[in-house]
Design a protein around this ligand. Structure first.
Ligand SMILES: NC(=O)c1ccc[n+]([C@@H]2O[C@H](COP(=O)([O-])OP(=O)(O)OC[C@H]3O[C@@H](n4cnc5c(N)ncnc54)[C@H](O)[C@@H]3O)[C@@H](O)[C@H]2O)c1
Length: 356
């Protein structure tokens, strides 16, 4: 059995990656610091799986990472751990620099030293891969132009979050070019689906609506994002890991461009049908929508051209926005305890109020 390091495996996309990795026959070591967005309840169902273990550690801690590689001798790494929320990066950029840039640097060095230490094991070294999971936000803003981001788009990040991710991408590319580390980079559009921390648009809207709170929408809600169902994203990551070309970048998108206001309205419509027992005084969830002051430097439009991964690796999303959103809403309705424990602070992290 081969061992896969998944960093950030207690997060939204990471927990989906842990589940899919176990299904695909990997032994998984989840390296996660358990920040506010890491939630072990997302891994409850597999916590006792003998092929799964959690290493609670900071990827920016060199001795912890060195020891992790020496102990578990992984066959590959899926690197997802990061600080991820743009608003938090505007209020407090330091943790983004530490986890996203320094953390990636420490991980790359630990990886490089590990591969040196096992150089006699030629087959293992030959098959080793380091997949770095990044975001389309590194490309900046498409404004209202009709173009889409691809592997050839120059970097132009707008926020402290996207700048820190862009820096980490540059480090990964340099470690490949300079030291021959077998890396690949993926840049993906906005994900949605089960187990997403309720500070991001879709789960935040859902939970506010179910609690009868107002639904905040930045500006006039005209920003366009290319939505991708998390399960489809993670299937793409495994294709890259198992069949992608070393040194390459793959952009991953969901063919799902939507304005934020349309996402929120569609969610409300779905809730009107799937959760007709509304909070007191609410006759249509859409009545709760409120426009709030826009985020500084807010990018207008992101959209991805995923032709390369589709043609080269045969990937295509299985969900469209309507089917994926329905699955997501159903998951949150069926897992109320998961999000209630975040709202009341009884999971491990900080308390998240329901008001904005
Ligand atoms: N969510 C999206 O829409 C999206 C889109 C494209 C790319 N990405 C990228 O995918 C990755 C995962 O995103 P997500 O939405 O699942 O994030 P998330 O915030 O839900 O989870 C991040 C996880 O990383 C862990 N973590 C943070 N800092 C750490 C550190 N220093 N050491 C160890 N663990 C640490 C957290 O505890 C958490 O479990 C990120 O790299 C993000 O940039 C996300």
């Amino acid at each position: 059995m081969k061992t896969l390091f998944i960093t950030g495996g207690a997060g939204f996309i990471g927990s989906e990656a842990v589940h899919q990795a176990l299904e695909r026959g990997w032994r998984v070591v989840n390296i996660d610091k358990l920040t506010y967005s890491g939630n072990l309840a997302s891994l409850e169902d597999i916590a006792d799986n003998p092929h799964y273990s959690l290493l609670q550690a900071d990827i920016a801690d060199p001795s912890a990472m060195q020891a992790a590689f020496a102990t578990h001798k992984p066959d590959s790494v899926l690197h997802l751990a990061a600080e991820t929320h743009v608003d938090r990066s505007i209020d407090s950029p330091a943790p983004f620099i530490k986890s996203n840039i320094v953390g990636t640097f420490v991980l790359l060095e630990a990886c490089r030293n590990f591969l040196k230490s096992i150089k006699a094991e030629e087959e293992k070294v030959k098959n080793f891969r380091f997949v770095h999971i990044s975001t389309d936000e590194v490309f900046g803003d498409l404004a209202t132009s009709s173009g889409r981001f691809s592997e050839k788009t120059p970097y132009a990040p707008s926020s402290p979050y996207s700048a820190s991710k862009a820096s980490s991408d540059h480090l990964v590319r340099a470690w490949h070019r300079t030291y021959g580390l077998p890396t690949m980079i993926t840049n993906c559009s906005n994900n949605y689906g089960p187990r997403q921390f309720p500070e991001k648009l879709i789960p935040l809207t859902l939970i506010h609506a179910l609690s009868g709170e107002t639904l905040p929408v930045y500006g006039q809600g005209q920003q366009i994002r290319d939505w991708l169902y998390v399960g489809d994203h993670v299937r793409a990551l495994f294709l890259v890991l198992e069949r992608g070309r070393i040194g390459e970048t793959y952009t991953i998108g969901g063919f799902g461009e939507k304005r934020n206001i349309d996402v929120v309205r569609t969610l409300c419509e779905l809730l009107n049908t799937l959760s007709p027992q509304k909070p007191q005084g609410v006759s249509d969830y859409k009545d709760l929508i409120r426009f709030v002051t826009d985020r500084p430097g807010h990018d207008v439009r992101y959209a991805i051209d995923p032709t390369k991964i589709c043609e080269e690796l045969g990937w295509k999303p299985l969900e469209n926005f309507d089917s994926g959103l329905r699955k997501t809403v159903e998951w949150y309705l069926n897992h109320e305890q998961w999000w209630r424990s975040i709202l009341d602070g009884t999971y491990h992290g900080e308390r998240l109020g329901t008001s904005v």
